[in-house]
Design a binder for this molecule. Sequence first.
Ligand code: FAD
Length: 488
Amino acid sequence: MSESQPLSASTTPSLLDRLAAIVGEDNCLSRPEELYTYGCDGLTLGSHAPSAVVLPADRDQVVAVVAACRKFERSFVPRGAGTGLSGGAVPMDGAVVIGLSRMVKIVEIDAENRIAVVQPGVVNAHLSEAIAHMGLFYAPDPSSQQACTIGGNVAENSGGPHTLKYGTTTNHVLSVEMVLPDASVVRLGSAAGFAPGYDLVGAVVGSEGTLGIVTEVTVRLVEIPEAVETMLAIFDDVSDACRLVGGIIRSGMVPAALEVVDRRTIRAVEASVYAAGLPTDAGAVLIIELDGAACEMQGLTDRIRELAAREGVRELRVARDAEERALFWRARKGAFGAMGRLAPDLYVHDAVVPRASLPEVLEEICAIGDRYHLTLSNVFHAGDGNLHPNISFDRRNSEELARVVAAGREMLELCVRVGGVLTGEHGVGMEKRDYMGLLFTPEDLEAMRKLRDAFNPDGICNPGKVIPMTRACTEANPRARGYDEVPL
Ligand SMILES: Cc1cc2nc3c(=O)[nH]c(=O)nc-3n(C[C@H](O)[C@H](O)[C@H](O)COP(=O)(O)OP(=O)(O)OC[C@H]3O[C@@H](n4cnc5c(N)ncnc54)[C@H](O)[C@@H]3O)c2cc1C
């Protein structure tokens, strides 16, 4: 491919004709009102319209679309459900969006070997629903699981409330089929779980759509545990809830989930359709879920009661049945939706800190929010030290938007300063691309760029994401410049 500058609009119609011929007129969108939805994902700080959106039906159509984009020197961006929170699926510089939402087949379920083969557009929750009657589930459970896709989960290495015990997506992906940016098809990893040589599946999981387009995924399935116990520990102060998290882990228990919901979030939830009867005067609630053999539940629950009492718990509710358990989880998983009551926009931050520093970091994060006069709430995967400071705002107010961005940066700097990292599960995308230097040296970034170049040498696939364009990067690979140097 030649050094690529954005194409002139006049060449677009012939690319559009080609795309429409591949996927059919109905699955090739180009009217402004159709493209509007695809200008951003769950990160609403800004929007970039694509030049077209195509919705292929299968792997061969993806191959043909990629080949057409390459022929017309037009960059492209894979997209699942668009629930990403770091701008990963945002089409920079008029890229073509390749939406995988029609590729929703569960190709195979092998209950004996505990694996499933799925197309990338399968919605996360649909997989667990389809296999529940076999006593199996798919463990990674992002709070967005009713909408987000397995392909998006693979690209973001998504986690969820149950990551604490079961691990993130990377621990559950055995093999992927991927269309590379040169339109060739590769299959990486092995359904058997043991692929000799370099761990290329490990490289693809979490690569945020910058290495190619995943068209099939083989995932590991897990047995539904015999028993589950879900508790709601109610505290006057969020710091005490965090201290209980540390106490539980130090005791040697590994709960399935430890999730904190703070006061402002509780109030938003209780005023919404997700209301679960949480006390609106509490400082925070901690959802504690244990799972495993039925015979160990009573002992573990008693131990949690003891530890919670030591941290001054106000009340400890144990879900009486599956219905009440679902109610506790509805409050947690509906929290982001409930925030819609506070302001038109929500900036969901994502960073990880060492678990022991949670109380102090939270206090400091609230102080930053106050200093910038922002509406801040916190709901997070406390067991993993994975914070989600949420800022409610109105993006139409540019002065407020500037404060949101500045406060977000300070929060990230704080997390890195205490030994944390920039993102736990939402990815870097375009949101944190230019913060990567807070954590990585130029040499680290150069190593990452070399990995990306091995798959995507001219940056045509999802440009402008993850790796900041330092001078060293552009000098090392001038071919990538045209695609990557795009304004954020
Ligand atoms: C309310 C809410 C709650 C959330 N909770 C969580 C949570 O608990 N844990 C968590 O980890 N995340 C969470 N998220 C973030 C988001 O849901 C995840 O990142 C999810 O994996 C994105 O999936 P998607 O299908 O929407 O992908 P998209 O947003 O469409 O895309 C995400 C990235 O994946 C790439 N991509 C998509 N499909 C493919 C493919 N087939 N091949 C290659 N690249 C691809 C895109 O280019 C982009 O870079 C939440 C989001 C919301 C809105």
